[in-house]
Design a protein. Structure first.
Length: 154
């Protein structure tokens, strides 16, 4: 994956965060369920993963333009709040999971095993992204090679 494609891929969630004032979450009929979903997102370590995405994005942008001072990235990191992302995700969880599912997931993530998984998820996500990028590049090369052999232009 090219650095530009990587930046676009990583920028999408952060652009959503930055523009969240223009996005309106669906009004909830069940504030208690929304609080449970919020707690679930916290328990799952979603804020750490969002922070990791920001750090990767900032690093990529810094490689493209090393003249951007570190103070800029520190300011941007403070301005981007996982809370804004959580508010946008609550309707997604509400739409796709039952109340029982959310409660069961929350109970799991509060358990010792769930807490260990939550703690490990940022590293797993980062390593999985690296593995996935390498795999995707390999698959892309295979497809391009085979398409060329068959006379197709990609």
């Amino acid at each position: 994956m090219t650095p530009r494609k990587l930046i676009v891929t990583l920028a999408i969630p952060l652009v959503l965060l930055a523009s969240s004032s223009s996005l309106v979450a669906e009004p909830s009929k069940d504030a208690a369920l929304d609080q449970e979903i919020y707690a679930l997102l916290e328990a799952m370590g979603s804020a750490k993963i969002a922070e990791q995405v920001f750090d990767t994005l900032a690093q990529s942008f810094s490689q493209i333009n090393p003249n951007i001072p570190k103070s800029f990235w520190a300011e941007m990191k403070k301005a981007i709040k996982a809370d804004e992302l959580f508010k946008l995700l609550i309707p997604v969880y509400r739409k796709n999971l039952s109340t029982e599912d959310i409660k069961a997931m929350l109970a799991f993530y509060k358990s010792p095993a769930g807490q260990r998984i939550s703690k490990a998820m940022p590293a797993i996500s980062q390593q999985s992204m690296s593995v996935g990028q390498a795999w995707g590049a390999s698959v892309g090369e295979k497809i391009a090679t085979e398409a060329k052999k068959r006379g197709y232009k990609i």
